[in-house]
Design a protein. Structure first.
Length: 160
């Protein structure tokens, strides 16, 4: 069905008949109807334009929503990756510290072992020194005793 446009009502020619409608009244009605229809069509066009504008805005908002969603997902993935990298680095640092502590502990144990050997060597050396010193003292005592005995024997011989 074709639309009736305001111009159609303006150009409409109604037949005259005996006892028909009042021509001026019909013409006035048609003009009023034409103006009303024109106003409605203009409002309809305006509403269509507004609808198109709103659809475009909606599409813009949907695009922004998708962009924000993608950005949030990317940020979440980046945060997860950063957290995972930090966790791996922390584990590496802890393992490195464990290895360093183990190496330090082994070095200290080695040093303690060396000190024990050195202590034992010094004890043995002290014992040898004490033994050598006793031997030397014993020898000097014997020599002294032998010298004193000789002096006594010589002194008796000199007195006799």
């Amino acid at each position: 069905m074709d639309r009736i446009m305001p111009i159609d009502l303006d150009n409409a020619k109604l037949r005259k008949s005996f006892r028909g409608y009042n021509r001026n009244a019909v013409d006035d009605l048609l003009k009023e109807t034409s103006r009303s229809l024109e106003t409605l069509l203009a409002e309809n066009a305006q509403l269509r334009d507004e609808l198109d504008r709103h659809r475009a805005e909606l599409q813009t908002y949907r695009t922004q929503e998708n962009t924000l969603r993608d950005a949030l997902l990317l940020a979440q993935r980046t945060a997860d990756e950063t957290r995972a990298v930090a966790h791996r680095q922390a584990e590496a640092v802890v393992e490195e510290a464990r290895q360093a502590a183990l190496a330090e502990r082994m070095a200290v144990q080695q040093k303690v072992s060396e000190m024990r050997w050195e202590l034992e060597r010094l004890r043995q050396e002290r014992q040898r020194f004490a033994d050598d010193f006793r031997t030397l003292l014993d020898r000097h005592q014997r020599e002294l005793a032998s010298t004193v005995s000789l002096s006594i024997v010589e002194g008796e011989a000199v007195s006799a």
